[in-house]
Design a protein around this ligand. Structure first.
Ligand SMILES: Nc1ncnc2c1ncn2[C@@H]1O[C@H](COP(=O)(O)OP(=O)(O)OP(=O)(O)O)[C@@H](O)[C@H]1O
Ligand SMILES: [Mg+2]
Length: 264
């Protein structure tokens, strides 16, 4: 019988970091001999403030250059060496990151900022948006997210920090990434919006078309949403395992859970 490869589910996109080192001002802030991300739908990266979590995601997306090492992306078009690519090409390949720091949405309404991200991208992450979809499909996607997150009035400016945060996540999702990096997506959000983000992340992970790496200090969220967790401190990955394995590990308790760190 003839095989039908196109109907087989594509394998999840993954990232492999090998011998990755990054220093700032002579201080090593990331030193990772080997890390594979994307074996599970939703993976978490936790660790104290300054552990190097954001740095790792910026190395992946090309916002920071590597001092040493390689980062390879195993996506729908095969294996790509991300360390050789500028950030817009990395995004184009399907690896997209939301921001820990909220972007400025002062000048546009909620709906317009999403439409503009598609029509006339101001950010290289979004330049290819729309190529594979009609504008009607895009508007439909936008409406779906606006409804899901219950924006009170999408035709006014984003007012709260929460709305701006959600907009950043939606803009990432609109480009239909293969590997999504979420850096503190719920920091500063009220509980009901946190719950919505949590549910969405869980749903996206379960659907199997996207790999997610989420960074959060909200550990209850992490234990409940992550299939697998990586623990980082002082620039090094010290442990990885299921949420239950990680949360009960003495090193994690000593360096992070036992108090002494400041919630970011
Ligand atoms: N552009 C930079 N220049 C100099 N030092 C930097 C820069 N970016 C990060 N660092 C330093 O690298 C270390 C790791 O920072 P990083 O932001 O990756 O930590 P983090 O784990 O994301 O912390 P947090 O949980 O607070 O967000 C910190 O000591 C930070 O001060
Ligand atoms: Mg950070």
């Amino acid at each position: 019988m003839e095989s039908t490869p196109s109907t087989r589910p594509a394998p999840r996109a993954s990232l492999v970091l090998t011998d990755v080192v990054k220093s700032f001002g002579g201080r090593t802030v990331a030193d990772i001999p080997h890390l594979k991300l994307g074996r599970y739908g939703v993976e978490g990266l936790i660790g104290p403030n300054g552990a190097g979590k954001t740095t790792v995601t910026k190395l992946i997306t090309g916002a920071h250059s590597l001092d040493r090492g390689t980062i390879s992306y195993h996506g729908p078009s095969g294996v790509i060496d991300l360390s050789q690519l500028p950030s817009h090409r990395i995004a184009r390949a399907g690896v997209v990151k939301s921001n820990q720091v909220i972007q400025d949405f002062e000048t546009l309404t909620i709906r317009d900022s999403l439409l503009l991200a598609a029509a006339r991208p101001r950010d290289e992450r979004f330049w290819y948006l729309g190529r594979s979809r009609t504008s009607a499909e895009l508007v439909n996607d936008i409406d779906g997210y606006l409804e899901y997150f219950r924006f009170e009035n999408p035709d006014r400016h984003a007012l709260s920090a929460g709305e701006k945060k959600l907009l950043d996540i939606i803009r990432c999702l609109l480009v239909k990434p293969k590997f999504l990096l979420l850096d503190e997506p719920t920091a500063g959000l009220p509980q009901w919006e946190t719950d919505q983000v949590k549910e969405l992340v869980r749903q996206l992970g379960a659907e199997g078309e996207i790999s997610i790496l989420i960074i959060e200090h909200d550990l209850e969220l992490m234990w409940s949403v992550c299939d697998y967790v990586h623990f980082m401190a002082d620039g090094k990955l010290l442990l990885q395992g299921t949420p239950d394995e990680v949360r009960s590990d003495p090193t994690v308790i000593e360096k992070y859970l036992g108090g002494g760190h400041v919630e970011g």
